[in-house]
Design a protein around this ligand. Structure first.
Ligand SMILES: NC(=O)c1ccc[n+]([C@@H]2O[C@H](COP(=O)([O-])OP(=O)(O)OC[C@H]3O[C@@H](n4cnc5c(N)ncnc54)[C@H](OP(=O)(O)O)[C@@H]3O)[C@@H](O)[C@H]2O)c1
Length: 252
């Protein structure tokens, strides 16, 4: 059920955190993985690690705000591995945070570009490639922020992550008949370089927000991405799947 044998996947944001852990897991499950992010050296190290495990990956560095990069990733998957079955559109960043009155239009737009427009650009090239294969699974990394929790200071990030859920629903409705499933994955606080909690006090505060009283390891979120990528979720589409340690429902 969770096997990805003979599947081809694109994972963005693969140089670090959730994306890196997911690329490793997808490859272990048998997928051939195209790994994407801006930092070439980190991608090269990841490709080498996956190859050491006897699995397959290839890297292309670029910026997910760039339409040509979205196209090139799908072309690489097709040229190198024969097509595309899975896309984990995961690259993202909290961007500039702060009171709305102090946020520049430029910073707001940039956060939308990194987190939301990147998803649109990915889908634009991934969906046709998947239809050509007779179906596939698209996954967007959204967040509980902007969906179940209003987190002060995160105006642009919340708007972008909520936007991904709208994108998910429309794509799921539009392409379901052609075998393409589309889901959003909503992690809770996760211990990655991007985490905004740094000091022991911030760490304790964020852990306490979660019903499980801890944050996730990237490998735990990767397991949820694998569920959505694999046939284990064959009847799941248009979903906003919380993998959030109960941060959405916790009130203590
Ligand atoms: N950590 C959390 O608590 C948490 C909670 C909910 C949702 N999320 C979401 O989970 C996703 C992964 O985040 P993470 O926590 O794993 O953070 P991370 O370790 O910082 O990883 C972010 C990844 O995105 C890539 N990236 C950022 N901007 C990019 C750009 N313009 N073009 C190409 N790649 C770009 C980074 O690679 P380069 O720097 O090499 O480009 C990196 O690989 C994000 O969408 C984030 O919003 C995280």
């Amino acid at each position: 059920m969770f096997a990805l044998t003979k599947k081809v996947a694109i994972v963005t944001g693969a140089s670090s955190g959730i994306g890196r852990a997911t690329a490793v897991l997808f490859a272990k499950q048998g997928a051939k993985v195209v790994v994407a992010a801006r930092r070439q050296a980190e991608l090269d190290a990841l490709v080498a690690e996956i190859a050491d495990q006897g699995c397959n990956a290839t890297a292309l560095a670029g910026d997910v705000r760039d339409e040509a990069y979205a196209k090139a990733l799908v072309e690489l998957a097709t040229r190198e591995y024969g097509g595309l079955d899975i896309a984990f559109n995961n690259a993202g960043s909290t961007g500039e945070m702060g009171p709305v009155s102090e946020l520049s239009l430029e910073a707001f737009r940039d956060t939308l570009d990194i987190n939301l427009t990147s998803g649109f650009l990915g889908a634009k090239y991934q969906v046709p490639a998947m239809i050509e294969r007779g179906g596939g699974s698209l996954i967007f990394t959204s967040s509980f922020v902007g969906h179940t929790v209003g987190m002060p200071g995160m105006v642009a990030y919340a708007a972008a992550k909520a936007g991904l859920i709208g994108l998910t629903q429309v794509l799921a409705a539009q392409y379901g008949a052609q075998g393409v499933r589309v889901n959003a994955l909503l992690p809770g606080g996760t211990d990655t370089p991007a985490a905004t909690f740094k000091t022991p006090e911030e760490w304790a505060f964020v852990e306490g927000l979660h019903a499980l009283k801890r944050v996730a390891k990237p490998e735990e979120i990767a397991q949820s991405a694998l569920y959505l990528a694999s046939d284990a979720s064959s009847f799941t589409t248009g979903a906003a799947l919380l993998a959030d340690g109960g941060v959405s429902i916790n009130r203590t």
